[in-house]
Design a protein around this ligand. Structure first.
Ligand code: COA
Length: 383
């Protein structure tokens, strides 16, 4: 291998074949197994989309019903997991809690089969189902509330909001949050998905793969942009501060959060759906302040960038934090929610990796010292 083959951060390197997600960054298109994200957002649910990702096709009515029942039956948390949540150190993050719960789940006897190389992680749907319950329960315990049993009659999104607040959300709120989960369910070879596939390539368990992927998502270069968008909104304060704030930020070469994307060079298609949902939710709540504030930031930022001949558009996270905020979700749950949604995509990639596996084993371009003799400590100079 020569230096020419080296691509820092594996940028542009094709590391595997995949049938799961297609992204056309130039045209702003995203497809899960061939289905446009706009259609899935409009007509599908998180559970049906999870089925599509895991089983490679849209389900029949019977298949959807069976799958939904299995997913929903897995939502409840066993007492040891509830104890783990209530005893989790206050300084620990909910991402670390999720990793711990996933590791704990690997010990359940009926799932030991998952340790085989030919395992079918489709059996481990509780990973997808329970992550949302874990997060809602974490928040409930934080507020001094007791454990609430999940509901079988609610969608994944609506059930999460129900558990979080102890009150059934409106059908619109439930649908909007369920669609948020669907929009985050999959996005190709990002760092966390690649991590899941690397671990899967060693034939480690689904649990180790998911736990490792959560770890990758916990880093701020991958997850957390929507939380930082909301922090930015706070920092700007009022509409009258937007222009001076943007001028100063750009002068200091600061990135405006929620703007721009490595892959999309036009508007992120998920951002279009998310913006529409934010407007809808804001109208329902009779409070358009946050929506209008974000639109003003977008407009003024894009005008500045266009003056420099650069086109930079909002990504999905520019609007998602505001949607979550209007739904009453605290900021520190934004990235864990992302993990709970993305677990569907991670499992699909783990299955795909195992179907035609090759252990990942890249090489490093060695730039260290030439071979040299070992010197006993008394002969080494300096100190
Ligand atoms: C995601 C990100 C790293 C992509 O950056 P990138 O690969 O450099 O994107 P582009 O090549 O399209 O950028 C074109 C130019 O616009 C600038 N730009 C891109 N996004 C910007 C942002 N959010 N704020 C200010 N300037 C930005 C780039 O620095 C680049 O300027 P240059 O030509 O002087 O180098 C960047 O947009 C970013 O940090 N965004 C904010 C964080 C965020 O929302 N992340 C979540 C992504 S889902």
């Amino acid at each position: 291998m020569t230096e020419v083959d080296y691509a820092k951060g594996l940028e542009g390197v094709i590391a595997a074949e995949s049938e799961i997600c297609q992204i056309d960054g130039a045209k702003g298109k995203l497809y899960y197994r061939g289905y446009p994200i706009e259609d899935l957002a409009q007509y599908s649910s998180f559970e049906e989309t999870a089925y599509l990702l895991l089983y490679e096709k849209l389900p029949s009515a019977q298949e959807l019903e069976d799958f939904t029942i299995r997913m929903r039956q897995s939502r409840g948390l066993q007492p040891p997991i509830r104890d783990m949540i209530s005893h989790f150190p206050a300084a620990g993050s909910p991402m670390e809690l999720l990793q711990s719960v996933i590791s704990y789940l690997s010990g359940s006897v009926e799932h030991r089969i998952q340790h085989s190389a030919t395992c079918n992680c489709r059996q481990t749907l509780h990973q997808i189902s329970q992550m949302a319950t874990v997060l809602a329960t974490y928040q409930r315990f934080k507020e001094g509330k007791s454990y609430l049993e999940p509901r079988m009659d609610l969608s994944q999104g609506a059930n999460f909001l129900y558990l979080l607040k102890g009150q059934e959300p409106s059908p619109e709120e439930g649908r909007i949050f369920d669609t948020c989960l669907l929009l985050h369910a999959e996005h190709g070879f990002n760092a966390s998905t690649f991590t899941a596939r690397i671990v899967a390539s060693t034939y480690s368990t689904c649990y180790s793969c998911i736990s490792a992927a959560i770890g990758a998502l916990a880093g701020f270069l991958h997850g957390g942009a929507n939380e930082r968008v909301m922090n930015m909104v706070d920092e700007i304060g009022g509409k009258e501060n937007i222009d001076p704030w943007l001028d100063k930020a750009l002068e200091q070469h600061r990135k405006v959060m929620g703007m721009g994307h490595r892959v999309y060079k036009t508007k992120d298609p998920r951002a279009i759906v998310m913006e529409r949902m934010l407007k809808e939710l804001s109208q329902q709540k009779g409070d358009l302040q946050l929506y209008e504030f974000l639109k003003k930031i977008e407009e003024n930022f894009r005008a500045r960038m266009e003056k420099k001949g650069k086109r930079v558009y909002p990504n999905v996270d520019f609007f998602s934090g505001a949607v979550y905020t209007l739904l009453g979700i605290p900021r520190y749950l934004f990235t864990p929610i992302f993990a709970a949604a993305r677990s569907a995509g991670w499992l699909a990639h783990i299955l795909e990796q195992r179907k035609d596996n090759r252990l990942f084993r890249p090489r490093a371009l060695f730039v260290g010292p030439e071979p040299r003799p070992y010197l006993p400590v008394e002969k080494r100079s300096g100190g």
